[in-house]
Design a protein around this ligand. Structure first.
Ligand code: AMP
Length: 228
């Protein structure tokens, strides 16, 4: 009997950008994940199924072996801490930066104890501790950009892609915390027990994620629209 491999994938942008890479490995969900209400999706590849869940839950499912592999952002892995996981592959998708941001003069006021609003508490603590700076961290769950505007915090730590959200709110990027992209994570026990299947899948995803392959795919997509 084929042993089952379960892959946990983060909902949203990461799912959308992962699907073409998974398809290259023959992993195509039997139903459209955006429309389906099924929580476990079989795929066209024998013995491989997907669970589509919140990004922050992906490392937990993989850590406890409920999923053998996961696809999630480095930001989420940094917050989780990585216990019980290997992180063997950078897919290079959903790229952005984790940044300290604030009003233009925010982090430069001397002598004040910075108040930093973020949902990335662990990464924020590590970032400022590495500089020997003690900061007060305020945990938020969304709309971090609001905090400096209403005096809740001096600055924020959040993900920045185009910078458009910061700009629209009069904020500027101040310091880089980490370069972020989506990674494949693997349960440590699964890497041993299902070694051959996991390794084969990682090789296929690595080939699909190579920049040359990605460029060719996006040219094909662009070309298709132009009737080429
Ligand atoms: P932008 O305006 O393009 O800089 O995007 C910033 C907003 O998008 C912030 O609210 C971020 O939390 C969110 N964001 C940007 N990149 C990502 C990503 N790779 N994954 C999840 N959220 C992101």
């Amino acid at each position: 009997m084929t042993e089952i491999l379960t892959i946990a994938v983060s909902k949203g942008r990461i799912l959308q950008e992962s699907l073409p890479l998974l398809a290259q490995a023959g992993i195509v969900p039997v139903e459209d994940p955006d429309r389906s209400r099924r929580l476990i999706l079989p795929t066209g590849r024998a013995g491989v199924r997907l669970v589509i869940i919140r990004a922050t839950d992906v490392p937990t499912y993989v850590q406890y072996g409920a999923a053998d592999l996961g696809i999630t952002g480095k930001d989420v892995i940094l917050e989780h801490g990585g216990a019980g996981l290997y992180e063997p592959l950078d897919l290079g998708i959903a790229r952005c930066r984790m940044m300290v941001a604030g009003l233009p003069d925010a982090a430069r006021e001397p002598g004040i104890r910075l108040r930093v609003a973020t949902k990335y508490v662990a990464s924020t603590r590590r970032h400022f501790a590495a500089q020997g700076r003690q900061v007060e961290i305020i945990k938020l769950y969304g709309s971090m950009e609001l905090a400096p505007l209403v005096g809740l915090a001096h600055c924020i730590v959040d993900l920045v892609d185009t910078g458009g959200t910061l700009k629209a709110n009069g904020l500027v990027p101040l310091e880089l915390v980490a370069e972020i992209s989506s990674r494949v994570i693997v349960n440590k026990a699964a890497m041993k027990m299902k070694h051959d299947r996991v390794k084969a899948l990682l090789r296929e995803l690595e080939a699909a994620a190579r920049p040359g392959d990605r460029d060719r795919r996006s040219r094909r997509c662009a070309g298709a629209g132009e009737g080429l």
